[in-house]
Design a protein around this ligand. Structure first.
Ligand code: GLV
Ligand code: MN
Ligand code: MN
Length: 397
């Protein structure tokens, strides 16, 4: 599976992946997912947002018995120049764990589902976890359809260009009603497991996090002939915001990042007439994050700019009983919190029993081509996921 995925959406320049929602690359990844399902005799269905689901067993028969399925999987899209593991490790491990269960002759008492969530990173349209947000109602269909990419293409237009009906988007209770428990396996995105003996951990919670757009107006003019005192340079306000975000994060004990910026008109010899930057802020305490963002907002407004909240995800504890059961099944592996967002968090906030497994990342680096996990640790992850699925799908309701 890794060999098939390895070239898809890989930048020859950076060695990282550029796998964005509803592009040709995304289409190829969806085809790959469908092919892996077909090879295992699993039918694939799309939900109202285009997330792909495959079931071993019949979830609707289970529903008639008053039972629900156990779902695993993750996403295949990436951040710009992302690593190979963030997302795909959870999907590849889902298929591999299913293969192990079948090889062992396991007969599930309830159906097991594998999901590929679309647009987890929000790299193209700006809102992370768009696939799970729409089907749970955390983002309205209208808002999703109207999101635009850097070229001004709306999500609705991108969906239509990919041969989909954008009118179909919306909350999908039929799909959600099939999920009794969701367990997402993911590469660890920090150094939490590096110094521990165990290659696998169970997640406790996800930090509250959000994204804000910072718009600064200015006036275009000649870089050589305009006196300094006559300039309205949008870049100066933006530069202040970058420093203010760092200061605010330090003083409130959270993290803040401005990792994306657009400059208009974008000429070396033209004073910027507009600058837009995107702030990502997270932390253990929602109050601390809110206070840090308020500090940045007041600086931006003093500079004549404007702040718009694009997304907010509250603190997300995973289901304690499910997480304890998963940890016990794995012989008491460590429990770790994370500052990274996941579709599992969106499902947990929608009231679905959800847990996560993390696989050791020896460098802690993620959202970078340097992201890595040892093959032996990945195989430990598959074994752990298989054991968890066997427990959750094998026990009586
Ligand atoms: C997703 O990976 C996020 O945490 O931004
Ligand atoms: Mn990610
Ligand atoms: Mn991910």
């Amino acid at each position: 599976m890794w060999a098939d995925l390895q070239p898809v959406g890989r930048s020859a320049h950076s060695g990282g992946y550029r796998r964005f929602a509803w592009t040709r690359t995304d289409h190829d990844l969806r085809e790959w997912f469908a092919g892996e399902c077909t090879a295992r005799g699993l039918d694939v269905t799309d939900d109202r947002m285009g997330n792909q689901w495959a079931w071993w067993g019949e979830p609707d028969d289970a529903a008639r018995r008053g039972d629900k399925g156990v779902v695993t999987g993750s996403h295949l899209d990436s951040v710009p120049d992302g690593g190979a593991f963030d997302g795909p490790l959870g999907v590849v491990s889902a298929f591999a764990a299913l293969d192990v269960l079948r090889d062992n002759g396991f007969q599930p008492a309830r159906p097991i589902g594998i999901v590929n969530f679309v647009d987890e990173e929000g790299a193209r349209f700006g809102v992370a976890c768009a696939g799970s947000r729409v089907i749970t109602g955390a983002m309205t269909a209208d808002r999703a359809r109207g999101l635009t990419d850097a070229d001004g293409v709306t999500m609705a237009e991108a969906l239509e260009a990919a041969g989909r009906d954008a009118r179909h988007l919306g909350r999908d209770d039929e799909t959600l009603g099939r999920i009794g428990a969701f367990v997402e396996l993911h590469v660890e995105q920090g150094r939490g497991l590096v110094d521990l003996e165990n290659p696998v951990a169970v997640a406790t919670d996800i930090w509250p996090h959000g994204r804000w757009r910072l718009d600064f107006p200015g006036e275009a003019n000649h870089a050589g002939t305009t006196r300094l005192e006559d300039r309205q340079d949008a870049m100066l306000g933006y530069a202040g915001a970058v420093l203010a975000a760092r200061e605010a994060a330090i003083s409130h004990g959270c993290v803040a990042t401005i990792g994306k910026v657009e400059v208009t008109p974008g000429g070396v010899n033209a004073i910027p007439s507009a600058v837009t930057g995107w702030l990502d802020a997270r932390g253990a305490s929602p109050r601390a994050v809110r206070r840090a963002v308020a500090d940045v907002r007041s600086m931006v407004e003093q500079a004549g700019g404007h702040v718009t909240e694009e997304s907010w995800t509250p603190s997300t504890p995973f289901d304690p009983a499910l997480s304890d059961r998963v940890r016990d099944r794995l012989g008491g592996v460590p429990m770790l919190g994370t500052g990274a967002g996941h579709d599992a968090g969106i499902l947990a906030n929608a009231g679905i029993r959800t847990a996560m497994l993390f696989v050791r990342n020896p460098t802690g680096v993620s959202h970078s081509p340097l992201e890595f996990a040892e093959l032996s640790d990945c195989l430990e992850g598959v074994a752990a996921l298989g054991a968890v699925l066997e427990d959750l799908a094998g026990a009586p309701a």
